[in-house]
Design a protein around this ligand. Structure first.
Ligand code: BGC
Length: 734
């Protein structure tokens, strides 16, 4: 601790005399002068706590390393008392007393769990998403954490890939807005606040496009596609001030992302001016050997570090190899120092050199976790995240006069599954299941319940009970989907059908002719054609988080009118994948008749539910679309206006979407790209004018020289309720 005290004095003494950046540079330079190469390698090493729910178990080997000053950060450790204990080891027992960074996968809440990110993204509600991240940061920082491994900014067009659950879907415009909102939420007003945590933008880059949707698989894509569709959300997060970036597991066009100087240097540093540090993904420095791009640990270390990955997560390679690489002259000391400087900079900005324990207050922790207002915010976010896919018989909203309801399905009374994957310190026992939620909403109604079948096994044993309960009830709610473990990392699937015997169960129940509402819990688009054909009513609930059942009851009984829209296309079959809305026209677009045009012989081209789709209990009518001028000169703006009327019986919100198509350009353009959206609340019978301003920047794209430009010519401006039902008008860029 000696060192810290000396430097705390140094800082205090100089306050007011020098700028913060001068202070930090001077402080860090002085610290670097005192560090051995081993200690520097230690600052670039991140190790995991043993993963358990309370986050308070660590192996002896790490304790020794901490005391030796050979650890930069620990992840998966949380809890104010426990992180204090580890921090004390680092600060009091290591030679220089450099504090540890504590990181964790706080992806959609920490103790209060919010809907999974794909669900939150269905709300298209940036304020609510920012608030969700802010609450996660309030809780995380109160349990000793400084750093969260989020937001995940990977665009994906492939629901076979299980991690689509963690992302914002397929569209770069929506995902960029969401990425920025999440960073703002995590980092708050800046690190001077004791409740701001550093964000980590991951997984850089293009991890969401693995070949055949198989986890960790190679990514091979043109630089045009990369820049136009995949990079924008990472950039938005960096522009929003994210302090760290995580390199991805995959190789991109043959070069593993962890040792990819095109990504980590040219794009991230040179073009985007990123000043923070890059951490590898879990053992991805070691995996350079498996990728076949490094022969041994020393080479992997050298190539990863000199390509721009400053911190090694869990491979031990940096710790073990940096010293001899420097001593033998293979690694320049200046490269090592530059990397260490960035890690120390974050610790400095977080105020850890002044007070290493500022995040470790047990008192604050006790007050801060799962507060009523956090639970309420989670419930609200869950309601906003749900997407009404079908309501043909207007069964929803349900009447509170119902007296006998059968709740059937393997997920109907699951609390743990409601949290989805990556639930941080969330406790499934504290979650509200659908059964819990219905019971408290309808205390006077008899709610019968059976699972009907196992969620994954081929087992019909409970079918008879399910049929009996369904036959005796006024209404059936069928809760189907994927178990939470089936989405997230390492959960790629080749079939996106409902697992187990759930479809067969649904067939049996639907054939009874009763009123049936299907509620889906899942972390990715599924192939649910049969359900869509046979069920009149389908509500996509995703994994709604701690308050799942309460939020669902609010929606089912009309206390909240669903407004969510899909951030990702639902395919009809796995064979259509990748299927996404911003596709190109091709030289032979399907014309509805000619065999030799771009189509399948056994399936329509169109998906089951398109990007942006989602219904409401009320109905909205779009009027004519007009523009105030039909030409843009220089930096002028065009205003597009459309009239929106609520023609139904319920107050409701509609997410009005703006798409633009470049009709002719030097690079074959997408048929449409989302360029704006607004969430509009309307009372029954109410009309509002919705306006979007469109400028040159909205018409720009990457040309063949990879320059972002807008070319003169004609553009279609499209506004509507989803990516397919749109009103159109043309403008010209001069
Ligand atoms: C995941 C990352 C995560 C890291 C640490 C990896 O397996 O890909 O997203 O942040 O583990 O838990």
């Amino acid at each position: 601790m000696k060192f810290i005290i000396t430097f705390t004095f140094f800082i205090a003494f100089h306050i007011g005399a020098f700028s913060q950046s001068f202070n930090s540079a001077h402080f860090i330079d002085s610290l670097l002068l005192q560090m051995t190469i081993e200690e520097k390698a230690g600052q670039l090493s991140l190790f995991t706590n043993d993963w358990n729910d309370s986050g308070d178990m660590i192996q002896d080997q790490y304790v020794e390393l901490i005391k030796d000053g050979k650890v930069g950060g620990i992840f998966n450790a949380h809890g104010a008392a426990y992180t204090r204990k580890l921090q004390e080891m680092a600060v009091n027992e290591s030679r220089l007393g450099i504090p540890l960074l504590f990181g964790f996968d706080v992806i959609h809440g920490h103790h209060t769990i919010f809907p999974v990110p794909l669900a939150e993204s269905s709300s298209w509600d940036l304020e609510a998403i920012e608030r969700s991240a802010r609450i996660a940061a309030l809780e995380a920082s109160a349990t000793g954490l400084h750093w969260v491994f989020a937001p995940m900014c990977d665009i994906s067009r492939d629901p076979r890939w299980g991690r689509v659950m963690e992302g914002a879907g397929e569209d770069p415009f929506l995902a960029s807005a969401i990425a920025a909102a999440r960073v703002k939420g995590f980092q708050g007003e800046g690190f001077v606040q004791p409740d701001a945590v550093a964000a980590c933008v991951k997984h850089f880059a293009a991890y969401g496009a693995p070949q055949a949707g198989r986890e960790y698989h190679s990514v091979d894509m043109s630089e045009l596609t990369l820049r136009e569709f995949y990079l924008p959300p990472y950039k938005a997060a960096v522009d929003a001030g994210a302090f760290t970036v995580m390199s991805a597991f995959n190789d991109l066009n043959g070069i593993p992302a962890t040792a990819n100087s095109f990504l980590l240097q040219k794009i991230l540093r040179d073009e985007w001016n990123f000043k923070g540090f890059v951490v590898s993904d879990f053992t991805s420095v070691l995996e350079l050997l498996n990728h076949g791009t490094a022969e041994n640990a020393a080479q992997a270390t050298l190539t990863a570090l000199s390509s721009g990955t400053e911190m090694d997560m869990q491979a031990f390679f940096y710790l073990q190899n940096i010293p001899h690489l420097v001593n033998k002259g293979f690694l320049e000391k200046s490269v090592l120092d530059a990397a260490v400087r960035k890690v120390l900079q974050l610790k400095y900005e977080l105020g850890l050199f002044n007070d290493p324990f500022r995040f470790c207050s047990v008192e604050r922790e006790q007050k801060m976790l799962m507060k009523d207002e956090f639970l309420e915010a989670s419930r609200d976010m869950a309601r906003k995240s749900m997407v009404l896919l079908k309501n043909d018989a207007s069964l929803l909203p349900l009447s509170k006069r119902l007296r006998k309801v059968a709740l059937i399905g393997p997920l109907a009374d699951s609390r743990q599954d409601m949290l989805g994957g990556w639930y941080a310190a969330g406790d499934g026992k504290k979650a509200v299941s659908l059964l819990d939620g219905l019971k408290s909403k309808l205390p006077d109604c008899e709610i019968t319940f059976t699972k009907g079948c196992d969620i994954v096994a081929q087992d019909e044993q409970d079918f008879d009970t399910a049929i009996k309960l369904a036959s005796e009830a006024e209404l059936v709610i069928l809760a189907l989907g994927e178990p939470a473990w089936m989405t997230g990392e390492a959960t790629s699937r080749t079939s996106l059908d409902l697992p187990g015997m759930q479809q067969e169960l649904a067939d049996k129940i639907l054939s009874l002719g009763k009123n049936v509402v299907v509620v889906l819990f899942n972390g990715r688009p599924l192939t649910i054609n049969k359900l869509d054909q046979n069920a009149s009513t389908i509500l996509e609930a995703w994994y709604p988080g701690t308050m799942a059942g309460s939020a669902l009851a609010d929606v089912l009984f009309g206390e909240y009118n669903p407004s969510g829209k899909l951030p990702m296309t639902f395919p009809r079959s796995v064979g259509q994948i990748p299927v996404f809305y911003n596709t190109k026209n091709t030289g032979r677009p399907w014309d509805g008749a000619t065999n030799t045009t771009s189509r399948y012989i056994d399936s329509p081209n169109e998906p089951l539910y398109c990007f942006g789709f989602g219904l409401s209990y009320t109905s909205f009518i779009y009027g004519d679309l007009s523009v105030d001028k039909n030409q843009i000169i220089d930096n002028e703006l065009v205003t597009a206006t459309i009239e929106l009327t609520n023609t139904g019986k319920f107050a409701g919100e509609e997410i009005v979407q703006l798409y633009i198509r470049d009709l002719v350009s030097s690079v074959s353009p997408a048929l449409k790209n989302l360029k704006g959206f607004q969430k509009i609340m309307l009372q029954p019978g109410e009309t509002k004018l919705v306006q979007f301003k469109i400028g040159r920047n909205d018409l720009a794209f990457y040309n063949k020289d990879l320059k972002r430009i807008a070319e003169p010519g004609e553009f279609e401006i499209m506004i509507g309720t989803d990516s397919m039902k749109l009103k159109t008008v043309r403008i010209r860029l001069l």
